[in-house]
Ligand binder design. Structure first.
Ligand SMILES: Nc1ncnc2c1ncn2[C@@H]1O[C@H](COP(=O)(O)OP(=O)(O)OP(=O)(O)O)[C@@H](O)[C@H]1O
Ligand SMILES: [Mg+2]
Length: 237
């Protein structure tokens, strides 16, 4: 069994909503190996996006800990946490979060802005990644002039362009037809084969089974599938 690289221990996230408290994530324990491709499935409202935001360091747990490569996220200074997000994490948001007044190309380039990459290479890499996603002829379009599926692919390009160590992808094929879903599946599997750790949230259990090493299920904030130990990673050497 491979060692855990990213782990969540006794993780809770609740929201106070008027007089009610919503327990979006409850007592969750999860261990992910470096280079693993994990899928998370579960009903709408079961806490999948909440969990992904916590693992990506975009949200803070109500209690419990997240450890990445031996470092506790909760113990990082804000600047170090920002560096974790900027350098290690690629995130595909369920609702894309593209910048509306920037073109597809500028949205993807921006992901490299906080790295050491210069402007010429930023542009080259952004164009190359958009091309991989079949968007070469849409690079000058702003999000409003892109279809939902095209925006989703720009969001995937933005997450992959900086070659992160871990990709968190929240329903990256939610708006795509079969052909484009298969293209995203292929790109994720290629990136995985090169060593990228992937945590994929999807409603599509067939997609999860096809792409990933392991699938876990969330239900009312808990992980209900008992198989929550990392599997031995694929040897890509
Ligand atoms: N800011 C918030 N305030 C109050 N409740 C929230 C907030 N964000 C999420 N929730 C609640 O937490 C629960 C989990 O939400 P989450 O978005 O993680 O679900 P999900 O599994 O991603 O669902 P979906 O498949 O529909 O995207 C839901 O019941 C939701 O209503
Ligand atoms: Mg969600």
């Amino acid at each position: 069994m491979s060692r855990s690289w990213l782990s969540a221990s006794n993780l809770n996230r609740s929201y106070d909503h008027g007089p009610n408290r919503v327990h979006a994530v409850r007592d969750l324990n999860l261990h992910i190996a470096r280079g693993e491709f994990l899928s998370i499935v579960g009903a709408s409202g079961s806490g999948k996006s909440t969990l992904l935001n916590l693992l990506a360091g975009l949200d803070t747990p109500s209690s419990g800990t997240i450890e990445v490569d031996g470092v506790m996220l909760g113990e990082l200074e804000p600047r170090e946490l920002a560096r974790y997000r900027a350098r290690l994490v690629g995130m595909v948001f369920q609702s894309f979060h593209l910048i509306s007044h920037q073109t597809a190309l500028q949205n993807v380039e921006l992901a490299l802005y906080f790295s050491d990459v210069g402007p010429t290479e930023r542009r080259e890499r952004a164009l190359e990644t958009l091309d991989r996603l079949g968007l070469s002829d849409r690079v000058d379009h702003r999000p409003a002039a892109l279809s939902g599926g095209e925006q989703q692919r720009v969001a995937v390009a933005r997450a992959l362009v900086k070659e992160p160590e871990v990709l968190f992808a929240d329903e990256p094929t939610g708006n795509l037809d079969r052909k484009n879903s298969e293209q995203i599946a292929r790109i994720l599997m290629e990136s995985h084969a090169r060593g990228l750790t992937i945590v994929l949230v999807t409603h599509d259990s067939e997609f999860a089974a096809k792409c990933s090493d392991r699938t876990v299920t969330m239900d009312y904030g808990r992980l209900v599938s008992e198989n929550d130990s990392p599997r031995v990673r694929h040897d890509t050497a």
